[in-house]
Each structure stands twice: as structure tokens, then as C-alpha cells.
Design a protein around this ligand. Structure first.
Ligand SMILES: *Cc1c(COP(=O)(O)O)cnc(C)c1O
Length: 359
């Protein structure tokens, strides 16, 4: 079978050039006589891989000097579970913004560690909107404010970084990191699992401002202690070394595409094209407020849900896979991260139009 157009939400499609490079280096990485996955993580070969991974990420996101970049395990779920213990720093309150399934999960876990101030929620609109920042409840005693910049399941994305009036901003950026230019200096912590827009699963990137590293809850395990991981270059224990290498290849690929400015233009063009096709049709619709529609995850429903099965089955015969929506939302979802090609978008739109004619 030829490679399909993969619209999965995560793990998700990788650039073919990256897969090919990994394949060509699989048995013998650059004359080292071994695969990257066989190397000591303390050896000089792997050290050079780790260093260029980190340098490339810092360059792509223009991360300022007063931030540490960590590569951890445990996924985004691991981070929203351990962030409170890392940065509550004696405080008892934290603000959370609820705009979809992922921020909701972070809140449930946050409640185990502190008093959660629900700064805003769009649950009443079934997570199809983002409440205006002016109306948020900002508690100046909160240790941080947590939000999710792109809700992977509901397809809702912040188009601007919210102003929290000095409260450190903590962002789950799992599904839109590296999809657009951002000003990292506005954040206290950015974290993201790699399996959406950065590579395969298995690494979690944490970007944390120096002044937030400090007194942690004593029961916090060392491997999730940001200060300790920062002090040991994220190698307190054995890292997911092969995954670091693969994510590093994706960073090099992204630079070769022209970096974030270029990829952002591609993402805007692809998302606009697909939303236009949905809005122009009588069969498909997307419920999200147009101002906050995600460029990365595009959910849509068919007018008649009894057609869902046929849609998915026929899509598969056209090499279009991973389109089933999350079970909590239903319908379809096209995840179109950086690695999605223009021909993938065109193939999906053509198929949707043909299906509509026969439906
Ligand atoms: C996928 C996802 C998660 C969960 O990631 P895990 O690696 O499975 O823990 C959390 N937040 C967002 C926004 C996601 O897209």
C-alpha cells in the first residue's frame, strides 16, 4: 500500500523526508557503527544529537536565555499532573481556563493539589468558543494561570496570548506548538507532548522560565522536578533517546521549510481551504466560533450522522485515514499538523465534494 494521507490527531503524520532519513540511518548512524537506539545516552555521539535538538528548538521558537528547555517523559498528562507541585511555591491557589476536553482534564488534576479558580469556561457553549479575556476572573494570589492554546478534540484555538496581568502563564501547547510564531517571553511554562506536531510520542518538551524553578513540594518525584532535570540536562535518568533523535530530525526539517514563519503560512492556507469547503457545503458543518477555529484540528459533522460510517469507509478507500472524530464529540476530525501536505488537503476536499454529490 502506498503511504496514505493521515489525518490522525496523535500520534500523527510525520514528514516523509524525516522517515526516510531515519530509515537510511537506522543501522549505522553517520559512521558510528550503530543505530541511535543502541547508543549510550552519555556517549559523545548521542550528546551531539541531543545538543543540536535543543539548539534547533531554541532557534525555531527564539527561546530567550532565561528559560530552560527540558525533554521529559510522561506526556502532557504527566506535566499537567506535576506542574502544581513544581510551581505552587507555597501558594494555595491557581487559575485555570476551561475551553475543552484537555483543559478540563488539567483542572481535574489541578484540584488535587490546590484551590482551582475557574477563570473562564466555555462549557455552556459545548466548547465551541473562547470567553473574552476581559471577562476572566484573575486572582492575584494565584501561583499561575493554566490554559490550553489549542483544544485538540474540540478544534478551538487561541489566536492571541492572553494577558494575565502578571500571573505566570502556563500553557499546554501540545497540539499547536511550532505551528506559528509565538513570543515565548510571555509565558512562565510551555509544555507539549511531541506526538502531535513535533514527532513520534515519547518526549515531552517543557520550556520553563528560570524564576519559576525553586521550592518544590517535597513529595514530588525527582524525574518530574523541573529544577533537578534542568540541572542534569534532562538526563536524571535514561531519556527516550531514539525519540529525541526523531524529534531532532523534525526540527531540522522545519528549519529547512523556512522555520515557523513559512510553516505558519502553509498552515493558514491549508486550514482556510478546508474550512471554506466545509462552510460552502450543505452536508458538512463546523460548530466553532470562526474567530477561534483551530488551524490544526478541524472537526466537522455530517448533516445526517447515519452517513458517518459510509463516509469513513469510502474515505479509507481513497487513502484518507484517521478522520473519525473523538468519541466525545462525534462526527469527523481532520488533524492537519505541520507535516500535512497540500495534496493531502486537496485529496480530502475532493473526496468530500464527491461524497456530498452521492449522499
Ligand atoms: C494529546 C494531548 C494531551 C495528552 O497528551 P499525552 O501525551 O497523551 O499525555 C494533552 N493536551 C493536549 C492539548 C493534547 O492534544
Amino acid at each position: 500500500m502506498a503511504r496514505a494521507f493521515n489525518f490522525s490527531a496523535g500520534p500523527s503524520a510525520l514528514p516523509e523526508a524525516v522517515l526516510k532519513q531515519a530509515q537510511s540511518e537506522f543501522l549505522d548512524w553517520q559512521g558510528s557503527g550503530m543505530s541511535v537506539m543502541e547508543m549510550s545516552h552519555r556517549g559523545k555521539e548521542f550528546m551531539s544529537i541531543a545538543e543540536s535538538f535543543q539548539t534547533d528548538l531554541i532557534e525555531l521558537l527564539a527561546i530567550p536565555d532565561n528559560y530552560k528547555v527540558l525533554f521529559l517523559q510522561g506526556g502532557a498528562t504527566g506535566q499537567f499532573s506535576f506542574i502544581p507541585q513544581n510551581i505552587l511555591n507555597g501558594k494555595t491557589k491557581a487559575c485555570y481556563v476551561q475551553t475543552g476536553a484537555w483543559s478540563k482534564k488539567a483542572i481535574q488534576i489541578g484540584k488535587k493539589h490546590c484551590d482551582v479558580v475557574l477563570s473562564a469556561s466555555s462549557e455552556n457553549s459545548k466548547f465551541t468558543d473562547i470567553p473574552a479575556v476581559n471577562d476572566w476572573t484573575l486572582d492575584s494570589e494565584a501561583a499561575y494561570l493554566h490554559y490550553t492554546s489549542n483544544e485538540t478534540i474540540h478544534g478551538v484555538e487561541f489566536q492571541e496570548i492572553p494577558d494575565t496581568q502578571g500571573i505566570p502563564l502556563v500553557c499546554d501547547m501540545s497540539s499547536n506548538i511550532l505551528s506559528r510564531n509565538i513570543d515565548v517571553s510571555r509565558f512562565g511554562i510551555i509544555y507539549a507532548g511531541t506526538q502531535k506536531n513535533m514527532g513520534p510520542s515519547g518526549v515531552t518538551v517543557v520550556i520553563v522560565r528560570d524564576d519559576l524553578l525553586g521550592d518544590v513540594c517535597p513529595s514530588l518525584p525527582d524525574v518530574f522536578n523541573y529544577a533537578k532535570q534542568a540541572a542534569s540536562d534532562s538526563m536524571l535518568n535514561t531519556p527516550a533517546s531514539y525519540n529525541w533523535y526523531l524529534v531532532g530530525l523534525v526540527m531540522k526539517w522545519l528549519k529547512a521549510q523556512g522555520g515557523l514563519e513559512a510553516i505558519e503560512l502553509q498552515n493558514i492556507a491549508q486550514a482556510n481551504k478546508l474550512y471554506q469547503a466545509i462552510d460552502d457545503s450543505d452536508l458538512y458543518s463546523n460548530p466553532v466560533n470562526k474567530a477561534y477555529r483551530s488551524r490544526m484540528n478541524i472537526p466537522f459533522v455530517l448533516k445526517d450522522a447515519s452517513l458517518d460510517k459510509a463516509f469513513l469507509a469510502q474515505a479509507q478507500t481513497h487513502q484518507l485515514i484517521g478522520l473519525k472524530g473523538h468519541r466525545s464529540v462525534g462526527g469527523m476530525r481532520a488533524s492537519i499538523y505541520n507535516a500535512m501536505t497540500d495534496s493531502g488537503i486537496d485529496a480530502l476536499i475532493d473526496f468530500m465534494a464527491d461524497f456530498e454529490k452521492t449522499a
